[in-house]
Ligand binder design. Structure first.
Ligand code: IMP
Ligand code: MG
Length: 176
């Protein structure tokens, strides 16, 4: 399917996204005042949100990335998490904030939290821009959430549909 023929409807315009990102950054900066964070982004989806978020923080941070995939191609989770790139920073005794585009079944974040926990960080929290709460398959709660969304497929602002539409600055719902 070509991007032009993808039926989509705007959900969150960029102005609203910016406002919410700033609020999240304020909450995080306040909670971690006087401490230093290592922010770990999940590629590819989180890179745009993470770039915006860290530039709004008023505390210092370092960044690293993992590359995880739980989706084959299409809109349903394969249920299996595959890591193709690990972090390159030592996280022992450090404060970790995982940044993700969207929580769906919760499998990806549950897997990553336990993967990172084995390296004995001081703390791990999760910031997800979007949360599809109704789709959870495991008990998982993000610590910071931008917006809760209904069970629909979302694109734009880093989120893709078969690698399409990631670059769009606004967030859209795909219409069947
Ligand atoms: P989970 O493991 O089921 O929670 O899936 C999380 C991952 O699935 C996210 O990192 C996204 O990459 C992807 N995902 C889930 N829902 C959507 C969506 O609506 N649009 C785009 N990607 C999604
Ligand atoms: Mg993702």
């Amino acid at each position: 399917m070509k991007l032009e023929t993808l039926q989509k409807e705007i959900l969150f315009p960029r102005e609203l996204i910016d406002k919410r990102v700033k609020e999240l950054a304020e909450d995080i900066s306040r909670d971690y005042q006087g401490r230093e964070l290592i922010v770990i982004g999940i590629l590819k989806g989180a890179f745009i949100f993470m770039a915006d978020l860290i530039r709004c923080l008023s505390i210092p941070c370092r960044v690293d990335f993992v590359r995880l995939a739980s989706y084959g191609s299409g809109a349903t989770s394969s249920g299996k998490v595959v890591m193709t790139k690990d972090i390159e920073t030592s996280i022992k005794d450090r404060e970790i904030l995982i940044v993700e585009d969207i929580v769906d079944s919760g499998l990806t974040l549950t897997w990553l939290v336990s993967w990172l926990q084995e390296r004995n960080p001081l703390s791990i929290k999760v910031c997800a821009f979007l949360d599809k709460r109704a789709r959870r398959q495991v008990d998982f709660e993000a610590d910071y959430v931008g917006f809760t969304v209904d069970d629909a497929f979302i694109v734009g602002y880093g989120l893709d549909f078969n690698e399409k539409a990631r670059f769009l600055p606004d967030i859209y719902i795909i219409k069947e």
